[in-house]
Design a protein around this ligand. Structure first.
Ligand code: FAD
Length: 275
């Protein structure tokens, strides 16, 4: 449980964080809340030789009204996502999912950007961001670029971010008038999801996201297409696991997860449509 030796650098701006990434390349890792990186380092599943601490960069802790979207700084903590009035009004799905992450300690340290950059398919926020149609702003040596939602997640713990890029902002289309639901199934309170389902109804098109149903966060496209063609929640939910490839582990077999995904999708759609 002792990490391999590493050099620790604390930076005082986003630009110096990117400069440090450029200087140290693949050897370096950003440290935000540390609640995913440090456990991996202690288990020696990750062994960066340089750790760049961005956790105190207050400039990236914000929720702002961007007109048709909310702009959320990458270092905004889960606890702030859960209680922020603007988010609760315009993206309640994200606020609710954040409130169900881990325990208070995890929610006060963990950051939105850290959760998205880590891209664990069992994490709540990557699938919720996909469901909300979020886009992602990354700062690299050439400046800012915006990554569209579907392009962000590439595989298990893998994103479109380059090693010398830092995720700085998440842009979330406003969804205040839409129906929504987040159904998280855990074995014990405060656990990671065995499976979770995010649903957004109304607006231009329904969206359904799946947590822990593949090696990356997923949208349930067959369910979404069925809903758009007028299927009932029960009919659409029956398709929820069609494109999934769920893992089998101590928390549940792949078959059990597929069953859960269908049940939770029906519940999520019924709740979203009733709001
Ligand atoms: P860190 O651990 O600091 O970083 C994670 C990775 O992202 C690292 O590779 C780091 O280099 C990279 N990174 C961080 N910030 C950036 C950035 N801005 N740009 C580019 N790369 C970046 N999560 C859930 O979703 N649901 C749960 O129920 C849940 N339960 C948990 C329970 C426990 C006991 C613990 C320890 C964690 C749990 N988590 C859960 C994970 C938690 O939400 C993490 O905080 C989160 O996944 C990672 O955020 P972080 O800020 O801690 O990132």
């Amino acid at each position: 449980m002792i990490p391999a030796p590493f050099e620790y650098i604390r930076v005082d701006s986003v630009e110096s964080a990117v400069a440090a990434l450029v200087e140290h390349g693949d050897e370096a890792k950003l440290l935000a809340g540390g609640h995913s990186l440090l456990p991996l380092m202690k288990l020696r599943l990750a062994f960066p030789t340089v750790v760049i601490d961005v956790g105190r960069l207050k400039e990236l802790e914000y929720v702002r009204d961007g007109g048709d979207h909310l702009a959320v700084g990458a270092l905004t903590r889960h606890a702030e996502l859960a209680r922020n009035d603007l988010l609760r009004a315009e993206a309640p799905l994200l606020a609710k999912a954040a409130s169900l992450i881990g325990d208070p300690q995890v929610r006060h340290r963990g950051t939105l950007g850290g959760s998205l950059a880590h891209a664990d398919p069992a994490s709540d926020l990557p699938a919720v961001a996909l469901t909300l149609g979020a886009s992602f702003v990354a700062l690299g040596p050439q400046g800012d670029r915006v990554i569209a939602g579907p392009d962000m997640f590439k595989g298990f713990l893998e994103t479109d971010l380059e090693p010398d890029e830092m995720l700085t902002e998440i842009r979330i289309p406003k969804a205040g008038g839409r129906g929504w639901s987040y159904q998280k199934f855990t074995r014990r309170s405060m656990d990671w999801a065995v499976v979770a389902v995010a649903a957004l109804t109304g607006g231009d098109a329904p969206a359904v996201g799946l947590v822990n149903m593949a090696s990356l966060p997923l949208r349930a496209k067959a369910t979404e297409a069925a809903l758009a063609s007028g299927a009932s929640p029960a009919e659409a939910a029956a398709l929820a696991s069609d494109e999934a490839e769920p893992p089998s582990d101590l928390a549940g077999s792949a078959d059990y997860r597929s069953h859960l995904a269908r049940v939770l999708t029906r519940r999520a759609l019924e709740e979203a449509l009733s709001r």
